[in-house]
Design a protein around this ligand. Structure first.
Ligand code: ADP
Length: 461
């Protein structure tokens, strides 16, 4: 009947289904930890992918020379160069350019995508000014940040396992992405060399650790999400006795694939079913920027259709997938005015609906519910990683300062999301432990980090 399906009833149900009380968050953290352990034991079995990165050492600070970085992993593509001056001079000069990835390239062929990347790189490399010192007789070396699941067998090669975050480029899955880039560079007669292939979490970890040695975990919360951390080789059975002088390796958890004990709703299930990767990346679909706006849109559509949230008519626009972006939720949640004018305008402009104060308040509550769930779960995931690190360091971690570096447009720009994340980490750890855990924003550290890893893995060392 119409009463039981009114927007307020639907909101109450949504809040119940999305609730993240402490015991649930603890369960998520415990499951994350267990799934990490399972993923380290064997490949292709249960558990998270836990991809070995073949990065054994983080930058020392002694890195010197000119290095490039490429970053492909979401809405933007970046090229960067940096002149490194070693311990004293550190980063002498840096310069970068960014372009958004043309939509058609996300659905085109592998050659088209890599030709685009190589061309932008060639144009950028042609504009080196006097602050950058290229040593004749060498190749310019690149740290390539490629933020999709890749199976690495060395620091400078890796096979694409699958696309995520809305990419569906044909002919790349199963191939070495460094070879794909090399072939595109050869077609352009561009004589550069990839010395390190990393994902953005690893780049962020390296870039942040360059300035603060206590950084041991890096998290990306942008269009998609992932996390990496420093693991003991002895705790990675699937490497079968692989050795490194440091005894450590950075592991890319691929935690976006996590799915245990998450509080999901019909809206999540329907969005997943309609996605290009149904059944996959469930944690990513619950906590990352590409999806939060779309979940809210689906809730609002149901509230409009079944509960008459915006009166009798349901706008055509509100039925269009991804018409509401996460930045829109963020913009609405910053509206502190009495009549929620900005919320009203945004709903009208983006979703084509007329709203009154009461429906605007309901919309804000829906946003808060979805963003709270996302931020809290992201925090629980971080605590799961800390628990895993604690487990095999036998107390080395506890009591020591440990820094979690976070980057990505969602974390950077959405204050409510950030607050929920911090809150859940604090709640789960308790005051004493959480005082030792520093969560910091590492802005755009991944580019410099990738260049630093190109330097520490240079063939000219
Ligand atoms: P990438 O696409 O490589 O992850 P970013 O880290 O810059 O790039 O993240 C971009 C994502 O961050 C966007 O897709 C969006 O979901 C989110 N985002 C950007 N700006 C905002 C904002 N103002 N509020 C909330 N989320 C935002």
């Amino acid at each position: 009947d119409s009463v039981s399906a009114g927007p307020i009833t639907l909101l109450t149900k949504l809040k119940q289904e999305c609730a993240t009380p402490l015991p649930l968050l603890q369960q998520v953290a415990d499951h994350m930890c267990a799934q990490m352990r399972a993923g380290l034991a064997s490949d292709g079995g249960p558990g998270l992918p836990m991809i070995p990165t073949y990065v054994h050492d983080l930058p020392t600070g002694n890195e010197k020379g000119l290095f490039y970085a490429l970053d492909l992993g979401g809405t933007n593509f970046r090229v960067l160069r940096v002149q490194l001056g070693g311990k004293d001079e550190r980063v002498i000069a840096t310069e970068f350019e960014q372009v958004s990835i043309p939509q058609d390239l996300m659905f085109g062929t592998s050659e088209e995508l890599f030709d685009f990347i190589a061309l932008r790189l060639a144009e950028f490399a042609a504009k080196e000014d006097g602050r950058f010192h290229f040593l004749q007789g060498r190749k310019r070396e690149i740290g390539f940040t490629f933020s999709f699941p890749v199976k690495q067998t060395s620091i400078d090669s890796g096979i694409l396992i699958k696309w995520t975050k809305g990419f569906a480029v044909s002919g790349a899955v199963g191939r070495d992405v460094v070879a794909c880039l090399n072939e595109a560079m050869e077609r352009l007669k561009l004589d550069m060399r990839v010395s390190a292939l990393v994902n953005d979490t690893v780049g962020t970890l390296a870039g942040a650790e360059y300035y603060d040695n206590d950084v041991m975990v890096a998290v990306i919360l942008g269009t998609g999400t992932n996390a990496c951390y420093v693991e003991q080789i002895s705790a990675i059975p699937k490497l079968h006795g692989h050795v490194s002088s440091s005894g450590k390796m950075i592991i890319s958890t691929e935690w976006g694939a996590f799915s245990n004990s998450l509080p999901l709703t019909e809206f999540d299930r329907e969005m997943d079913a309609a996605s290009i990767n149904p059944g996959e990346q469930i944690f990513e679909k619950t906590i990352s920027g590409m999806y939060l706006g779309e979940i809210v849109r689906r809730v609002l559509l149901k509230m409009a259709e079944v509960g008459g949230l915006f009166g009798n008519s349901v706008s055509q626009k509100l039925s269009m997938p991804f018409i509401l972006g996460t930045p829109d939720l963020c913009a609405m949640q910053q509206d502190n005015s009495g009549d929620l004018q900005a919320v009203g305008s945004l709903l009208y402009d983006k979703a084509g609906v007329e709203s009154n104060l009461s429906s605007r308040k309901t919309v804000l509550e829906v946003c808060d519910t979805i963003v709270k769930r996302g931020g809290n779960l992201a925090g629980a995931g971080i605590v799961g990683i800390l628990q895993k690190m604690e487990e095999n360091s036998k107390g080395i971690i506890s009591g020591k300062r440990i820094v979690v570096a976070i980057d990505g447009g969602l974390y950077e720009n959405y204050p409510q999301y950030r607050a929920y994340l911090h809150h859940s980490v604090k709640e789960l750890l308790g005051t004493e432990k959480s005082n030792k855990v520093v969560i910091e924003h590492s802005k755009d550290g991944s580019g410099i980090g990738a260049a630093l890893l190109a330097a520490s893995n240079s063939i000219y060392k």
